[in-house]
Design a protein around this ligand. Structure first.
Ligand code: PRP
Ligand code: URA
Length: 209
C-alpha cells in the first residue's frame, strides 16, 4: 500500500487558504499555485539520495554532497497540472518535462486521453506526476498507467488537494505510487468536485469559464 504525505508546512497552508478563496482572481491564483508548488517540491525531494564528493573552497578541501541517483522527470496532467510546473522547476531546473493530456468527461467523469509526450530517456528517470486536484482519481490513475506502459517504473504523485475517494483509487490501482498533498478534503459532491476544494483548478488558473 502506498503512503500519503500531507504537507502541513505553515507557508503551504497559508497560501492554500488564499488559493481556496473564491474571491482570489486568476493572476493571484496562478502566482500562489506556483509558490505552493515550489514549496511542495522542496518537501517532496527530502529523500533524494546524495553522494559524497570532495570540494576545494578558497580556504581548504572538504567533503561535501551532490545529488545522486536517477534524474527527475515532471509530468503535469494537462491542463491544470501546468500551473505547478514552473514552481517545481525553480528548485529542480534540470528536470525534463513530459505531458499527459487528459480531461474528465463531464457526464461519466471518466478521463479521456488526448495527448502524451514523455522524455525519451524515460527508464533513466524518477517521475513526479503533477495535478492540483485528485478527485475521483480517474485522471491520476490513467496518467500513471500511461507512464508505466511506456517504461516508467518509479514515480510520485503530487497534488494540492485530494478527496479521500481519489486517494483510495490511486492506492488500489497503483500501490507503488506514494501521494503527496497539501490537504485531504472531506468528500466529492454529486458532480465529482472536491468539497470544499477550490473549484475548477484549470478554469481558475487560465481564466476560462
Ligand atoms: C481536473 C483536474 C484533474 C481532474 C481531477 O481536470 O485538473 O486532472 O480534473 O479529477 P479526477 O480525479 O476525478 O479525474 P479537468 O478534467 O477539469 O481538465 P482541465 O485540467 O483541462 O481543466
Ligand atoms: N477537478 C477540479 O478542477 N476540481 C475539482 O474539485 C475536481 C476535479
Amino acid at each position: 500500500m502506498s503512503k500519503v504525505y500531507v504537507f502541513d508546512h505553515p507557508l503551504i497552508q497559508h497560501k492554500l487558504t488564499y488559493i481556496r478563496n473564491k474571491e482570489t482572481g486568476t493572476k493571484e491564483f496562478r502566482e500562489l499555485v506556483d509558490e505552493v508548488a515550489a514549496l511542495m517540491a522542496y518537501e517532496i525531494t527530502r529523500d533524494m539520495p546524495l553522494q559524497e564528493v570532495e570540494v576545494e573552497t578558497p580556504v581548504a578541501k572538504c567533503k561535501s554532497y551532490l545529488l545522486a541517483g536517477k534524474k527527475i522527470g515532471l509530468v503535469p496532467i494537462l491542463r491544470a497540472g501546468l500551473g505547478m510546473v514552473d514552481g517545481i522547476l525553480k528548485l529542480i531546473p534540470a528536470a525534463k518535462v513530459g505531458h499527459v493530456g487528459l480531461y474528465r468527461d463531464p457526464d461519466t467523469l471518466e478521463p479521456v486521453e488526448y495527448y502524451v509526450k514523455l522524455p525519451s530517456d524515460i527508464e533513466e528517470r524518477d517521475f513526479i506526476v503533477i495535478d492540483p486536484m485528485l478527485a475521483t482519481g480517474g485522471s491520476a490513475v490513467a496518467a500513471i498507467h500511461s507512464l508505466k506502459k511506456r517504461g516508467a517504473s518509479n514515480m510520485k504523485l503530487m497534488c494540492l488537494i485530494a478527496a479521500p475517494e481519489g486517494i483510495e483509487r490511486v492506492q488500489e490501482e497503483h500501490p507503488d505510487v506514494d501521494i503527496y498533498v497539501a490537504s485531504v478534503d472531506e468528500k466529492l459532491n454529486e458532480k465529482g468536485y472536491i468539497v470544499p476544494g477550490l473549484g475548477d483548478a484549470g478554469d481558475r488558473l487560465f481564466g476560462t469559464k
